[in-house]
Ligand binder design. Structure first.
Ligand code: MG
Length: 390
């Protein structure tokens, strides 16, 4: 079905939060004049609000597709790439093949080195919106356009234990366990009492059957990571995530090959081109595509490549308004190699307040939205948080 595109618009969606992402401020951390803090544990900048960039694509018949991407930092950069560069190319054109459209838009800037980053985010948002439009044009959920949906519920793991002390984080995990949650990930960057200590305390509290995962936030040199993993192994983490700096492709493959604990990575990767380059060094156990960076087209290409190499897919979830999360669930529903999808409970609960959707979450995992396209539409709270950017 061909869709003629008549308009592409961008919005910054900002939602205040009581506790900064990853938990209260640690020693030496402060908020700057632009509302950002730099986490001492990983040197990464975060805002004190939840923020993303949403894209509305309108077809000539008046139907609307929604997309979304990262807007955590410098969201106007992404809006400008869409408004100045991608929207004018797309507007007035006919779209009948969304992946081919991703390729066409990627071609515009690939030889200038725009393979990822803000440019990749802009591509992802538009790609998601076009898939939403295509689903609505056919009156079917996006997952049914991709292929047979092999999961009716998307299994998940709880991500993040935002509390100031280890004792409080253990209590938080126990509370969730009492509500039926069986898989947990903690962010080592805020393990102020020690990473091994946190793993040991959680294993002791949650028992032998809980899945406990550790996000290492790209913090370590290879030798440090090997030593740390050796100390963690007795407590049987389900995986260690992002142990090394993002650029160390050969180091990650070597570590994964020798590690007694499965290694996961990939939330910062944008395309199957990058994944292929990494696979040339060797596989990892889990790949973690992030829909807000990849869009549906590249998410699926990465997952297909993972399947060919026997790598499990554990999709990442991050700060957003819930639109790219819905896209991630739609795509995940079609993956035979899906393990568990990340569940950022503190973000997702607010997402549901901003959207019109029957998407949800329970102890068994995410409930897929039933509507056509992505199955989510902006509601009153979304519009109260949204600012149009021309
Ligand atoms: Mg992570």
């Amino acid at each position: 079905m061909t869709m003629r595109i008549s308009a592409v618009e961008t919005f910054i969606v900002t939602v205040p939060r009581d506790t900064p992402y990853l938990g209260p401020l640690g020693p030496g951390e402060h908020v700057n004049a632009r509302g950002y803090l730099v986490r001492q544990g990983n040197g990464t900048i975060y805002p004190t609000v939840d923020r993303s960039v949403a894209v509305r694509v309108t077809a000539a018949d008046g139907s609307i597709g929604w997309g979304e991407t990262y807007g955590i930092c410098a969201p106007r950069a992404t809006c400008e790439i869409i408004n100045d560069l991608l929207a004018p190319v797309l507007t007035g054109s006919e779209v009948d093949d969304v992946p081919a459209t991703w390729d066409r838009l990627y071609d515009l800037m690939r030889v200038r080195g725009c393979w990822a980053g803000f440019h990749g985010d802009a591509l992802a948002a538009i790609d998601i919106a076009l898939w939403d439009l295509a689903g609505k044009a056919k009156g079917r959920p996006v997952r049914e356009l991709i292929g047979p949906a092999v999961h009716s519920v998307i299994p998940s793991y709880l991500s993040g234990l935002p509390a100031a002390t280890l004792a409080e984080r253990v209590d938080l995990a126990l509370n969730w366990q009492a509500r039926g949650i069986t898989a947990f990930k903690f962010a080592a960057v805020v393990s102020h009492e020690g990473i091994v200590e946190e793993m040991a305390a959680l294993r002791s509290a949650l028992g032998p059957d809980a899945d406990i995962l550790i996000d290492l936030h790209w913090k370590f040199e290879p030798a440090e990571a090997r030593a740390l993993i050796a100390r963690l192994e007795p407590y049987r983490p389900g995986f260690v995530e992002a142990p090394l700096k993002p650029e160390d492709m050969s180091g990650l493959a070597s570590l994964a090959a020798a590690s007694p604990v499965p290694v996961a990575a990939g939330e910062e990767w944008y395309t199957s081109y990058e994944f292929a380059n990494r696979l040339a060094f060797g596989p990892i156990a889990f790949v973690q595509p992030e829909m807000g960076h990849t869009g549906i087209t590249q998410f699926l290409r990465i997952a297909e490549m993972a399947a060919q190499h026997g790598i499990a897919v554990a999709p990442h979830a991050t700060i957003g308004a819930g639109i790219f999360l819905a896209a991630s669930l739609q795509a995940s529903a079609t993956l035979p190699g899906l393990w568990k999808h990340e569940w950022q409970h503190s973000v997702f609960e607010r997402n549901l307040k901003g959207l019109e959707t029957d998407m949800g979450h329970g102890p068994e995992g995410y409930r897929l939205p039933s509507g056509p396209g992505l199955g989510v539409e902006p509601g009153h709270a979304f519009w109260a948080a949204a600012e149009a950017v021309a």
